[in-house]
Ligand binder design. Structure first.
Ligand code: WTA
Length: 633
């Protein structure tokens, strides 16, 4: 694939993508293998919304990720698996071995009755089988729904039920750092609340004794041994669904964001090559979990589309010590390293001594994703990890966008610390003011929207297209609204300022406050709660819950502990509130709406001017809450 090598080339490519979007993307698409070419490049309206790319084409993502490379790189390593415990051997799969495994597993799926369009839930840790399973689904046109292995039984069953998955893939247990996660046990609990799962395929990862339900639960290795390794890639229609990935919004239960095949493939393949300035033969390491979109797009699919060697790291950055990332880079001679600001900040807090005996000279490009990167962390990353020799690409995007939309292009875009910089080719941004008008000119700030489709965009919310429309296309008619605030500085550089809705971003995990409140309210003593985010040095945002309790308690400690554990159980351990303040009431307007603006200011310790409180039913509530405020700084 041809790549952008100079800033002038970027500008030319960008201009062409605006003036002639169809010609631009058709040209990019030529670099992939199509079983049948398209009739139309793009058909769209943001009213429906209805968007289709490469309509009429047939293509197989797994063929493009694997088979296409067999002629030239069959024996090149496709995936390196680095275990949680560095003393255990790492594993590799060459493109030929990956092909064998994916074909076999695709046959396993078929033998279990999985057909094109059926949903398969993947609840696996960071092991090779996760990638194999995703690619096998893509090979036969089954739709995968990967659920992050840190989610609770409740969250898992909700997701299985929503997508009506018929097959579930999991493992016995996994260790992350020194923490054991009993996946199969969680699965057993989740399946008490689901009816649609016919079989569970279990990968024996740690040889841990587990319960296997006869007739339902099957061993991965046995099925693989019995399956043929011949499985031609099925022709998939361009707009056939590829995967569902659940994400939190400001209201209600998580949404199953639906991505389709051809546009997604073209978009992530193109952005990977360009954003990271990927060169043939390089080793790419993305530290995201396959349970999140970054893991889907830039750990599994896009590197393989480009014939790269991609690393899958099972562990955590602080185990066995806080030098683990740097050991991993040294050991596997990583050229491009892509991680989240929260990880950078947590390692930064531990000091720079750890770098003394690490050789990081293989690094060429560094990436950041998931939340705004503050300038201090940016400089620390640039100096200590990149030794001032590596460009940092601060990539802004979302589960819904499929791939990166705003980012510097490595070695091309002049860097500005903490700025995601410029839109990639094909990306038409708009900043909107409060009245719904597009803000023109530079040195401005507004709500970030997209005014033209890009191939990687989500097409719907699974099973609920009206929700897709109300969530993303109704705030500003004719625009996709991201939920993020954004500045455009005097040089035209973009800087994301964070969510403007009720979504909080904790260590790069998107959590809807409504979801947390629902979980907290389930506690028998709780009448009502309101959750807001506050700035947190390491996690980006922390979770602050204001809770009304139905009885007097001499000490709140036990209740706080129970609420924390309950949230961990219902949503997942990463969603535990940091601060829980028991309050006599919540600040409500006459229409019964909680005034979150005030709670946010209290949580942020920005209490000198709380703004207008006269519309509250009882303004004295604010003083009572302030009196019991918990320290957050
Ligand atoms: C935030 C992750 C600032 C943003 C790929 C977005 C960022 C949400 C950045 C999507 C960045 C992601 N700078 N903020 N470089 N990248 N975000 O769906 O608020 O898990 O809306 O996708 O993360 O999170 P999601």
């Amino acid at each position: 694939m041809k790549s952008i090598e100079t800033f002038e080339e970027y500008k030319t490519a960008y201009q062409k993508s605006i003036d002639q979007p169809e010609e631009f993307w058709a040209e990019v698409a030529e670099d992939f293998t199509w079983q049948k070419k398209w009739d139309n490049v793009l058909k769209w309206d943001f009213d429906g919304p209805n968007v289709s790319w490469f309509d009429g084409a047939q293509v197989n993502l797994s063929e493009n990720c694997i088979d296409r490379h067999l002629g030239t790189r069959a024996n090149q390593v496709a995936i390196i698996w680095e275990p949680n415990d560095p003393n255990e051997p790492f594993k590799t799969l060459t493109y030929a071995q990956l092909h064998d495994q994916v074909c076999r597993f695709a046959n396993v799926l078929k033998n279990l009755g999985v057909k094109k369009g059926d949903r398969v839930c993947i609840y696996l840790p960071m092991i090779l089988e996760g990638a194999i399973a995703m690619l096998a689904c893509a090979r036969i046109g089954a739709v995968h729904s990967v659920v992050f292995a840190g989610f609770s039984a409740q969250s898992l069953s909700d997701r299985i039920n929503d997508a009506e998955c018929t097959l579930l893939l999991t493992a016995d247990i996994v260790y992350r750092g020194d923490k054991k996660i009993e996946l199969k046990k969680i699965v057993d609990e989740a399946l008490l609340k689901t009816r649609c799962i016919k079989n569970v395929v279990v990968y024996n990862h740690r040889n841990s004794p587990i319960n296997m339900q006869q007739g339902r639960d099957l061993w991965w290795s046995k099925l693989m041994a019995d399956a043929s390794n011949i499985c031609p890639a099925v022709p998939i229609e361009a707009e056939d669904p590829l995967f569902i990935l659940y994400t939190s919004g400001s209201t209600g239960k998580p949404k199953g964001v639906l991505h389709t095949t051809a546009g997604y493939m073209v978009y992530i393949g193109y952005t990977f090559k360009n954003v990271f300035n990927y060169q043939d033969g390089e080793v790419f390491c993305c530290t995201a979990d396959i349970g999140w979109v970054t893991g889907h797009s830039y750990l599994v699919y896009a590197p393989l589309l480009n014939g790269a060697t991609t690393i899958m790291f099972e562990g955590v950055p602080t185990f066995p010590d806080h030098g683990r990332f740097w050991d991993l880079i040294d050991k596997h001679k990583v050229n491009i390293f892509y991680t989240a600001p929260t990880a950078i900040r947590s390692l930064q807090a531990k000091g720079s001594d750890i770098f003394a005996n690490k050789n990081l000279s293989s690094l060429r490009v560094l990436g950041s994703v998931g939340e705004p990167i503050n300038e201090e962390a940016w400089h620390w990353y640039h100096e200590n990890v990149g030794k001032k020799n590596c460009d940092i690409v601060d990539t802004w995007w979302q589960t819904e966008t499929g791939g990166i939309l705003i980012s510097p292009i490595a070695n091309v875009t002049p860097m500005k610390p903490a700025f995601a910089s410029f839109p990639l080719p094909g990306v038409q941004l708009a900043l909107m003011d409060d009245k719904g008008n597009e803000i023109q000119g530079n040195d401005v700030e507004g709500n970030l929207c997209l005014k033209f489709p890009w191939p990687g965009m989500a097409r719907s919310v699974y099973g609920d297209h009206p929700r897709f429309k109300t969530t993303y296309f109704s705030t500003y008619k004719g625009y996709y609204f991201t939920g993020d605030g954004c500045k455009r500085d005097s040089d035209g550089y973009y800087r994301i300022t964070g969510r403007v809705d009720d979504v909080i971003n904790v260590s790069g995990h998107r959590i809807g406050t409504g979801e947390l409140e629902d979980a907290i309210d389930e506690h028998g003593y709780v009448i009502e709660s309101a959750v807001v985010g506050y700035p947190h040095d390491i996690k980006g945002q922390g979770i602050y819950a204001f809770v009304i309790c139905d009885r007097h308690l001499d000490s709140h400690e036990q209740l706080q502990k129970e609420i924390r554990e309950h949230v961990a159980k219902v949503v997942g351990p990463f969603a535990r509130p940091d601060k829980i303040q028991i309050v006599p009431a919540l600040p409500k307007t006459r229409s019964g709406k909680i005034m979150r603006r005030i709670l946010r200011k209290i949580a942020e310790n920005d209490i000198s001017n709380l703004g207008d409180t006269t519309t509250l039913i009882d303004p004295s509530v604010v003083d009572k809450i302030l009196a019991g405020r918990l320290a957050t700084t």
